[in-house]
Design a protein around this ligand. Structure first.
Ligand SMILES: Cc1cc2nc3c(=O)[nH]c(=O)nc-3n(C[C@H](O)[C@H](O)[C@H](O)COP(=O)(O)OP(=O)(O)OC[C@H]3O[C@@H](n4cnc5c(N)ncnc54)[C@H](O)[C@@H]3O)c2cc1C
Length: 442
C-alpha cells in the first residue's frame, strides 16, 4: 500500500501485547524477542539524563517487549504484527538521543535496530554511501576513510546509529560546511510505514526529508543513502589559553578560513578540566580543539598565537578526528555533569552574540559557562548554568533572545521540526497512531 492510499483506522482496541509476543516469537525465534526486566529497563533510557527538567519527570515510559531484528527484511513483518495487535512501536538506535524522544511514552514495542549494521554500497562518484539503519556513524567514517572518502557529517556520539542520527540528531563534525542533517545530507531512505500490509518503501530526494529529525513518527528508517565527499587531509589542533575570551575570539576566525574547518570547539578552564585527561588539554586553561585542513595549520597556529594562546598538539588520522569529535557539541556538557552531578542544566544557543557578548550571555545564569562550537554560518553553543528549577531555566530564554541569541530548549521531546507537514504525512503512513506516539503538542 502506498502512503497516498487512504487507510481507514480501525475502532480503538486495547493493544494485545501477549498476542504480539507470540507472533514475534514464531516469526523471529525467542532470542530476538525480549521481555526480561533488564532489556525493558535499558530500552526506557536515553541521553535525557542531561536535562534535570526531564530527569524530574522520569520514568516517562517503559516498553512491554523489545524486538531486535537481524535483517532489514524482518522489519516489515514485525511492523505488520504490531499493527495487527494494535501495539505502539518505538524505533531505537543506540538510545543516545537527548530529549527522551526514544523512550516509549505509550509503552508497547521497542524496535531495536542496532543489529542492522550492514554497509551496502560506497559510491564515491555519486558521492554517497548506502547503509542499514543500525550502522554506527564511527564505523561508516572509518570504512569511508579506508576508501578515500568521508561522511558529510557525524555527531559527537560517534557510536550512535545512522538511523538514529537521521531521525533524532541534527549536527556535528562537518556541519560548518554542510549544515544540519536535514539540509541535503540524505539522498534516499528505505522506510516502513505502520500499515497492516507494511513493506519497505524507497524514497528519494524531497520525499525522504520529512523523516529526518522527526523521531520516527512517520516511518521506520531501515536503510539510508547519505552524502559523502573525498577525504581531506585533516589535522587536529589543540590549543590552550589563559582566558576563555581569547580562546572564543579565535573560533570565528578559524571558522572563516578557506578551506573551512570540519569542527572547531572551545571551552573555559572549568569545563575543559572536566574533559577526559589529555596532555593537550592542560589543567586550569581554556581549551580550543579544531579539525582543520592540513594546508591551514600554520595560519591556525598564527591566530592562536595572536590571541595569546599556545598550540598544545597537532595530530592526524581518522581516529584522532573521531576523538576530537567526541569532545564537541553536547559532550562537554556530559562531562561537566558527570564531574559535578545534580548541579547543571543547559540551553542550546545560536548566534554571533555568543562570542561578541560572551560576558552578558554567561551572566544570564548563575555559574554560566558556555561551550562554543563553530556552526553553519554562525556560532553555536551550549550555555551551562547552575540548576534551581524549570522556571528559572526558562526565564533566561527571553534575556538571551534580547542579547541576540536564538535559543532551543533541550528539555522537551515533542516533534519540533516541520511539525504540520510531518503530522499530515503521519496521518497517512501511521493511520493508527502507533509510531512513537505522544510526540505532538507543546
Ligand atoms: C553526550 C551527548 C552528545 C550528543 N552530541 C550530539 C551531536 O553532536 N549531534 C547530534 O545531532 N546529536 C547529538 N546527541 C544526540 C544523539 O546522541 C544523536 O542524535 C544520535 O545520533 C542519535 O542516534 P541513536 O542511534 O542513539 O538514536 P536513538 O537515541 O536511539 O534515537 C533517536 C530518535 O530517532 C528515532 N529512531 C532511531 N532509529 C530510528 C530508525 N531507524 N527509524 C526511525 N526512527 C528512529 C528514535 O525513536 C528517537 O526518536 C548527543 C547526545 C548525547 C547524550
Amino acid at each position: 500500500m502506498s502512503e497516498t492510499q487512504t487507510v481507514t483506522p480501525p475502532a480503538a482496541t486495547a493493544p494485545d501485547v501477549g498476542g504480539l509476543v507470540e507472533d514475534l516469537t514464531a516469526l523471529l525465534g525467542p532470542d530476538l524477542v525480549l521481555t526480561d526486566d533488564r532489556s525493558l529497563d535499558k530500552a526506557s533510557q536515553d541521553g535525557s539524563y542531561l536535562s534535570p527538567i526531564l530527569r524530574a519527570q522520569w520514568p516517562i515510559g517503559r516498553p512491554e517487549v523489545v524486538v531486535r531484528p537481524t535483517s532489514v527484511e524482518q522489519v516489515p513483518a514485525v511492523v505488520r504484527a504490531a499493527v495487527r495487535h494494535g501495539v505502539p512501536i518505538t524505533s531505537r538506535g543506540k538510545g543516545t538521543g537527548n530529549y527522551g524522544q526514544v523512550v516509549p511514552l505509550h509503552g508497547g514495542l521497542v524496535l531495536d535496530l542496532t543489529a542492522l549494521r550492514g554497509i551496502d554500497h560506497v559510491d564515491p562518484e555519486a558521492g554517497t554511501v548506502t547503509a542499514e539503519a543500525g550502522a554506527r556513524m564511527m564505523s561508516l567514517e572509518k570504512r569511508l576513510a579506508r576508501d578515500g572518502s568521508q561522511l558529510w557529517m557525524y555527531p559527537s556520539t560517534v557510536q550512535s546509529t545512522l538511523g538514529g542520527f537521521l531521525a533524532g540528531g541534527s549536527a556535528g563534525t562537518g556541519t560548518i560546511v554542510h549544515g544540519r542533517n536535514h539540509e541535503g545530507f540524505v539522498e534516499a531512505l528505505d522506510v516502513v510505514y505502520a500499515h497492516p500490509d507494511a513493506e519497505i518503501v524507497h524514497l528519494e530526494g524531497d520525499d525522504a526529508q520529512p523523516f529526518v529529525h522527526t523521531y520516527g513518527v512517520a516511518g521506520i528508517i531501515v536503510r539510508a543513502t547519505v552524502r559523502i565527499e573525498p577525504l581531506q587531509e585533516w589535522r587536529c589542533v589543540y590549543a590552550s589559553f589563559d582566558d576563555h575570551h581569547d580562546a572564543f575570539s579565535v573560533v570565528p576566525r578559524i571558522h572563516r578560513l578557506d578551506p573551512a574547518p570540519r569542527l572547531c570547539s572551545a571551552d573555559g578552564a572549568h569545563v575543559a578540566g572536566c574533559l577526559p585527561p589529555d596532555e593537550a588539554i592542560p589543567p586550569g586553561r581554556a581549551s580550543l580543539r579544531a579539525i582543520v585542513d592540513a594546508s591551514v595549520v600554520d595560519r591556525v597556529s598564527a591566530l592562536v598565537a595572536e590571541a595569546g594562546g599556545v598550540v598544545e598538539a597537532v595530530r592526524s588520522g581518522v581516529n584522532e578526528s573521531i576523538k576530537v569529535s567526541t569532545l564537541s557539541y553536547n559532550h562537554p556538557t556530559h562531562w561537566l555533569q558527570k564531574a559535578e552531578p545534580d548541579t547543571w542544566f543547559h540551553m542550546e544557543c545560536q548566534g554571533d552574540a555568543l562570542v561578541e557578548r560572551l560576558d552578558e550571555v554567561e551572566a544570564v545564569y548563575p555559574g554560566g559557562t558556555l561551550h562554543l562550537e563553530a556552526g553553519h554560518g554562525r556560532m553555536f553553543g551550549m550555555l551551562n548554568g547552575h540548576y534551581t528549577d524549570p522556571d528559572a531555566a526558562y526565564a533566561g530564554v527571553p534575556v538571551l533572545e534580547e542579547l541576540g541569541v536564538k535559543v532551543h530548549s533541550p528539555h522537551q521531546y515533542r516533534v519540533d521540526h516541520g511539525t504540520e507537514e510531518v503530522r499530515a504525512l503521519a496521518a497517512r503512513t501511521d493511520p493508527y497512531g502507533l509510531l512513537n506516539p505522544g510526540r505532538w503538542g507543546s
